[in-house]
Design a binder for this molecule. Sequence first.
Ligand SMILES: Nc1ncnc2c1ncn2[C@@H]1O[C@H](COP(=O)(O)OP(=O)(O)OP(=O)(O)O)[C@@H](O)[C@H]1O
Ligand SMILES: [Mg+2]
Length: 238
Amino acid sequence: MSELLRLQAVTVELGGARRPALTEVSLALSAGERLALVGANGSGKSTLLRVLLGVQAPVRGEVWRAGGLRAAMVFQHPHLLRASVLTNVALGPWLAGLRWAAACALGRQALLRVGLEALAERPARTLSGGQQQRLALARAWAQQPTLWLLDEPTANLDPRASLEVEALVQTFACEQGAARALVFSSHHLGQVARLATRVLYLHEGRVVVDAPVQAFFDRAWLQAHAPLAVDFVREVLP
Ligand SMILES: Nc1ncnc2c1ncn2[C@@H]1O[C@H](COP(=O)(O)OP(=O)(O)OP(=O)(O)O)[C@@H](O)[C@H]1O
Ligand SMILES: [Mg+2]
């Protein structure tokens, strides 16, 4: 599998915080992987996603990314413009250099993929939470990313909307076979078990576990390798 991205001992400090948001995080990500970031509130999941996207620079450590890597992120809180649903999707491709008509055509295609085509002309901010999240996915899809970064993609969604979004994530992450990779954060361990191939558990900005999903949900393995994480997954362990 070809390597898409590598972090070497990355430390991130954010203004005024009493400890680094991330401390010496090392991580290599290959095409075809679906990596879940888990850990308590404030453990550094969103910060790590921003480093992977390239919008958060480390104070120490190295970040290497493969040439031509295109990353798109769906943020924990969707930033929707006070404009139509279609404009929200078309703006990215337009800013990237497409003519407006072509950007809108791509935007409509993206909306079709997430089942929002009928709502293209609606003001984006009148959408329900689940619809807004699907719009955020459409925006990311329009960028045709090789690396999908999703920060708690189903937080605040009801169980049904949550499963709908999950199904879209699964479809998009698996498009083009193994050429793509997905990194997502989640507090839903059931979702982690369904979507991930690999799990990274963060505790106070440090990587405590980085393991295949089967190992992470195996009590004996976890007890032996990362007792600190056992409490965290207790609710879903057999
Ligand atoms: N803008 C900021 N300025 C200073 N400290 C910050 C800032 N943003 C986050 N932090 C701190 O960095 C650490 C990591 O935060 P981060 O948002 O990455 O955690 P998280 O795992 O995504 O949490 P959650 O599950 O609540 O989303 C926390 O201690 C947080 O307080
Ligand atoms: Mg977060």
